[in-house]
Each structure stands twice: as structure tokens, then as C-alpha cells.
Design a protein. Sequence first.
Length: 136
Amino acid sequence: MSNYKFQYEDKEFELKEDNCDYINNEEVENFNISTVLDLLNKGEEVGFTVEYYDSCCEECKFNRKDDTKFFEFLEYHFYIFTKENNYVLSTISPEYQEVTLTSLVRDKKIDNSHIVSILVCKNCGTWAIEVEQCDM
Ligand SMILES: [Zn+2]
């Protein structure tokens, strides 16, 4: 498994199994930290943006934005498709460029979709993965 590195402003972040706080995935089989790192490495247009949350990073308890009660995280999300709860494909997989959603559904290769959110603490780089069912 390879780690995923990216630069945001002047800081370099490295996502790896060691500094992954949790993966919240109750439904999708064959989809874990390693799959996510692999997808991020292969994805061509991965880009993180700043998002504000009302709870702090559990790891460093830091990251507070000035005097507000919001906390800064870097976030990126993409979608994945599943068949009988097994991971099939994501919107950042290179293979995704070659197929259409309509044909995947028509050929019964997929029957559900989920949104995957990656949250990275802007201070300590601890990250987390949330997987939630969502209709596309
Ligand atoms: Zn942190």
C-alpha cells in the first residue's frame, strides 16, 4: 500500500494507515483504508478544500479558527458504486473514464452509490474517512 501525499499552501500532508483516525464504513465490503489510498494515488483530479466543522480534531484538539467555534479541516470527496454492497468502481478510478453510469446500471454492474468524504486535520494531518449511502 502506498501513502498519499499532497501539498496545501506551504504544508505537505501525508495520508497513511498509521495516521488514519477512523473509517466509518458500515455497508461496503472490499472498501478500506488501503482502497482509499490507492484511489487517491490514481485519481487525476484530487483536490482538497478547506471546510469548517463544529467539532475539533480528536487527536490534537487544535485547529480552531480564530475566536470562532469552528475548526478547519481539509476535505475531499468522491463517489463509489457498489453491487450487493461490494465495492465496484469510484468516480476517480481511471476505469471510470471509459464507462457511463447509465450502462453500468443497465448492465446491472452496480445497484447503489455512496459518497466517500476524506477529512484531514489541517494542524496535525490526522485524517478520517466517512462512507455514506447516497443516491446519485
Ligand atoms: Zn489534529
